[in-house]
Design a protein around this ligand. Structure first.
Ligand code: ATP
Length: 396
């Protein structure tokens, strides 16, 4: 793994874009040498946003401790690579965590696998297991039948993946539905936890701080800059479960400051109208996961023997159609935000403007949401891309 002389294009045919993230573009790849059965992979290219010599540190992220001379990749056993800039905390962090996963977790049915790593002038390319089954919520809203049993199956798989990474002392720190992809389109396809860009390995990494997206899934201890532990992921799973069973998030407020306050106080409820048909066991599980004191939250291991999670107490009756339709619109809005944020980082100004225009045109955004989008864009543009900012304002 990781040989300086090898080139990605020598070994993989790189094709369509599968998705874009804040600092990355993910493309489909096909192994050139595999003759009969084609091996398809996902190639995540992380581009650098800063260098060690850049004193402005435009990424705005804290630099990893004590690593100014030696690259993290080299320290973690990729000695033949060119040095990866240590100032690019996001990039080195993701590699380090993925390396840890390869050594301690893989293969696991619910955790994305890393096959190889290449580096060139475009950045670092992670060759990952290809997930072609779509995002968690996309599949649920497209299903003709959805019940607590299916929701419990989802929680079971996420808990199983979390249990494995937590055992390897990895905290995901950014668990949300869009970071859970199905491996393939089969109905019983495994669900994979991915995107370890903000994750931390206890004792090794300085957690990378970067809350650009929604704070919906963020634990109270993360918001109050307390100690982040594996239990922080359990909070996020509690939020996902709440949404899975109601179609809306547990903490809804006029603005982020209010929402933050609600999260820190664990101030949520089960509105009778929505929740009357949901089993008591599921509601109790959510209440246990959304406890402000992390030490009182159940662990991933605990969940794996929980009666609702294993399916004994989960109802098999079809869910109220209103819940599914709420989940549908929640999902559409979430995707719009994701595209907006990702497009901010995209290099093709024309394309992203066009995409935003069409998306904003087809979605019914509130003033508040437009303002939030505008503000997050402004914040990110502090790094100096004024042209993009005015284009964005024109669109909205
Ligand atoms: P973010 O800004 O959300 O943190 P990121 O830069 O870390 O994003 P990812 O979330 O890992 O990037 O990937 C971006 C998108 O690419 C995903 O939303 C998904 O659609 C697609 N993608 C990532 N990994 C895979 C994979 N292994 N198989 C298929 N698609 C993938």
């Amino acid at each position: 793994m990781g040989n300086e002389t090898r080139k990605l294009s020598d070994e993989y045919e790189v094709s369509e874009v599968l998705g874009r993230g804040g600092f990355s573009v993910v493309r489909k790849g096909t192994k050139k040498s595999s003759s009969d059965t084609k091996t398809h992979v996902a190639i995540k290219t992380l581009r650098r946003v800063g260098t060690a010599s850049n004193s402005n540190n435009p990424s705005g992220f804290p630099r990893p401790k004590g690593g100014e001379k030696k690259s993290t990749a080299a320290m973690m056993g990729f000695p033949t690579w060119r040095q990866v800039s240590v100032s690019d905390a996001l990039l080195t962090n993701e590699i380090l965590v993925m390396r840890r996963i390869v050594e301690n977790v893989s293969p696991h049915p619910n955790v994305i696998d890393l096959y190889d790593v290449y580096e060139d002038s475009n950045g670092v390319h992670l060759v990952l297991e290809l997930c072609s089954g779509g995002e968690l919520f996309d599949r649920i809203v497209a299903q003709d039948r959805y019940s607590e049993t299916e929701a419990a199956g989802v929680v079971r798989q996420i808990a199983s993946g979390l249990e494995a990474i937590h055992r390897a002392n990895i905290v995901h720190r950014d668990l949300k539905p869009e970071n859970c992809l199905f491996l393939d389109v089969r109905r019983d396809s495994p669900l994979k936890i991915m995107d370890f860009g903000l994750s931390s390995v206890e004792e090794f990494t300085d957690p990378v701080v970067g809350l650009f997206g929604s704070i919906d899934y963020v634990s109270p201890e993360a918001l109050s800059q307390g100690k982040i532990t594996t239990k922080s992921d359990m909070w996020s799973l509690g939020v996902i479960l709440y949404i899975l069973l109601s179609g809306y998030p547990p903490f809804i407020a006029q603005n982020n400051r209010q929402k933050q306050q609600m999260i820190m106080n664990g101030n949520f409820s089960f509105y009778e109208k929505t929740w009357k048909g949901i089993t008591r066991s599921a509601k109790q599980l959510i209440s246990d996961l959304l406890i402000v004191d992390p030490s009182r939250r159940p662990s991933a291991q605990d969940l794996l023997s929980h009666p609702w999670v294993v399916g004994d107490k989960a109802k098999d009756d079809a869910m109220d159609p209103e819940i599914v339709s709420r989940l549908q619109s929640f999902n559409a809005r979430r995707k719009l935000r994701a595209v907006a944020i990702a497009s901010i980082w995209s290099t093709t100004i024309f394309l992203r403007t066009k995409k935003l225009k069409s998306l904003v045109g087809t979605h019914d955004l509130t003033e508040e949401e437009i303002e939030n989008l505008r503000m997050s864009f402004k914040k990110i543009c502090v790094s100096g891309d004024n042209a993009t900012l005015s284009e964005f304002e024109e669109v909205l």
